[in-house]
Design a protein around this ligand. Structure first.
Ligand SMILES: [Zn+2]
Length: 373
């Protein structure tokens, strides 16, 4: 309990009449509730008023107004007749700091908590992610006012998980490796939770944040979403009844064949060994790309199936003649394959037999595809 001196004015204490002061308090504050409690002023249990009022405080050299709560004892007859509990005192200070933040355009403590919650991260993990001392976020949520530079960094990740991934890349070394994967998964989850309509190319790119260099994983080509959309629509123009499973295999064959023939893939997709054959990383996001013409259909077994149609107004100029030749070869080969047939065909590839479930399929093995004729 902190007992506050009643007389805030600079008047002579002798003219401070209790009744007058009481009236002043009543007139300048609002009653919240009356409660029975141990009154530290009377040393008795009796009814005390919880009240609120506008107060001012000087923080970082600036005078700010904020809402302050206090208990008022109408029975005390000396000059001390209000007091605060410890938690009240803390929340008054928090209000004062937040008033300063609002005035200076900084995130409030609640907003900082909300950003952290949106990623599902602990205070320590968010602090590490941003490259700060481990206690920094905890302090900003409860005690200190953040500097503007820190505020800017928090705003950067607020609605932008991709930026959070960037920070993770930069501050990788701050996390033990298991923790790093956990934090990464949480950020990717936030990317996903943006929902179907927001899963644009940005989110898709986010899933390829680990593949920003040409390598054996992406066929020495960086993710090229324009080409992916064009290739998918191109295949759909030439293959009737094209569904997701078959399309995924045809994309892999196109990339594998291109790598075999030219030494580089077409799309920049990275494929994993999946039960049904090669499956690109980010395939859910991929199927939500804006320029694709995909309809969800329900099979006789009530399974949801994604039917891929050609897109109107697709720009095929992003595909080189070489790319088209590769796609044409893949279309000729698999045009009439049913999904199960192309899956079985792929199961016999070295790329499938020599990798384990979940493994990335290296293009150095993918290029060993069986002859197409
Ligand atoms: Zn009292």
């Amino acid at each position: 309990m902190r007992i506050i001196s009643l007389c805030k004015g600079t008047h002579d204490i002798s003219v401070c009449v209790n009744d007058k002061e009481r009236r002043y308090i009543m007139e300048n504050s609002t009653l919240i509730r009356k409660i029975h409690m141990d009154c530290p002023l009377c040393d008795k249990t009796h009814e005390v008023e919880e009240r609120k009022r506008l107060a001012t405080i000087t923080l970082k050299g600036d005078k700010v107004s904020y809402e302050e709560r206090f208990y008022f004892c109408a029975k005390a007859d000396d000059t001390e007749n209000e007091f605060e509990s410890g938690s009240m005192s803390n929340s008054n200070l928090l209000n004062a700091r937040n008033a300063y933040r609002v005035k200076h355009g900084l995130l409030t403590s609640d907003e900082i908590v909300a950003i952290r919650d949106s990623y599902g991260l602990s205070q320590v993990d968010l602090a590490r992610l941003l490259g700060w001392g481990e206690a920094t976020i905890s302090r900003y949520e409860s005690k200190a006012i953040q500097d503007e530079a820190y505020d800017t960094m928090l705003r950067l990740i607020k609605d932008n998980p991709l930026q959070a991934l960037e920070f993770l890349k930069k501050n990788n070394n701050k996390f033990p490796s298991a923790k790093r994967f956990e934090v990464r998964a949480k950020i990717v989850e936030k990317l996903d939770s943006y929902g179907k309509e927001y899963l644009t190319r940005q989110a898709f790119e986010g899933e390829y944040a680990n593949f920003e260099e040409p390598s054996d994983s992406n066929g020495f080509v960086l993710l090229n979403i324009d080409k992916i959309e064009a290739a998918i629509s191109y295949i759909a123009e030439n293959v009737a009844n094209l569904f997701k499973v078959k399309l995924m295999k045809m994309l892999w064959y196109a990339d594998a064949l291109s790598y075999k023939v030219n030494g580089y893939a077409i799309t920049g997709l990275v494929y994993r060994h999946n039960e049904m054959g090669a499956l690109p990383i980010g395939h859910y996001s991929l199927m939500n790309l804006e320029n694709l013409n995909i309809h969800e259909e329900v099979s006789i077994n009530y399974d949801s199936m994604l039917h891929i149609y050609p897109s109107n107004d697709m720009d095929y100029s992003v595909l080189s003649d070489g790319d088209k030749n590769i796609l044409d070869a893949v279309i000729r080969k698999f045009k009439n394959y049913k999904a199960k047939e192309i899956v079985d065909y792929m199961h016999d590839e070295r790329a499938y037999r020599e990798t384990n479930p979940g493994d990335i399929i290296p293009f150095s093995i993918a290029k060993e595809i069986k002859d197409f004729n």
